[in-house]
Design a protein around this ligand. Sequence first.
Ligand SMILES: Cc1ncc(C[n+]2csc(CCOP(=O)(O)OP(=O)(O)O)c2C)c(N)n1
Length: 277
Amino acid sequence: MNEGQARELRAIAHKLRCNVLEMIGVGKAGHWGGSVSLAETLAVLYFHSMRVDRANPKNPERDRLLLSKGHAALIQYAALCELGYFPREELGKVKSLNGLLQGHPDLTVPGIEAVTGSLGQGLSLGVGMSLALRLDKSPSHVFVIMGDGEQSEGQLWEAAMAAANFKLDNLTAFIDWNKIQATGRTEEIFSIPDLDKKWRSFGWEVLTVNGHDVAAIAAGIEQAKTVKGKPALVILDTIKGKGVSFAENVATYHNGMFDEKKYTQAIEELTAQQETV
Ligand SMILES: Cc1ncc(C[n+]2csc(CCOP(=O)(O)OP(=O)(O)O)c2C)c(N)n1
């Protein structure tokens, strides 16, 4: 990737963070932390690495992206909005009864491939889709994004074994390794050391990249897609709440609220970053 492409993707990631902030607004609970830790990854996936057909979101040859950590839907909505899949006004109506975009992803939203939110299920769905696409000899690739807290879900490890058993090289999974889950540090709540070794021992190709470096993410995805005969996992080394200083690495902003003062500060910080992307 050249510097021009990288700059463009950084600008998109920045835009996605701004969209998430717009959706949360003042005095409304929203999953800021685990959404924005994925801003660069979603920018790279939707605007660089994935087969996306903006004119036809249902194109059978599209790549599929499943957000297994469905509570972070805001960042996916932010990206789908930038792709033009629904009108911008929907961002202002998020989580309201007359709005399209609800707190967790569902199939009424163009670009959403699966209902997620009950943690641990997305990889199983991804395995099923990968098998079906392979049967159809489809060129499509399936991407599944999980959380590090989510790694304590047993179903996910069953899916990990199944993917290796079926040699699913049209499947790439990610772990958003932001080290914090809903109420505190993942390590303290449910420690799962050596995630890379665990996944490797389950038969996966595993690599770790800086999850806020668009070029590193794109290279990681490229490498993952060249793996043959087994699925690949990209561990994204990220910061929860990335982009707003007082919310970085703070569990309160897993599903927190911005008051007027904090919201203004967040806007100021994001605006300042715009100059340097
Ligand atoms: C089966 C299930 N149990 C509990 C929850 C409640 N919950 C929502 S988010 C979350 C923490 C997830 O942490 P992590 O996977 O690290 O996500 P991130 O920090 O990246 O947002 C929990 C426990 C849930 N959504 N599903």
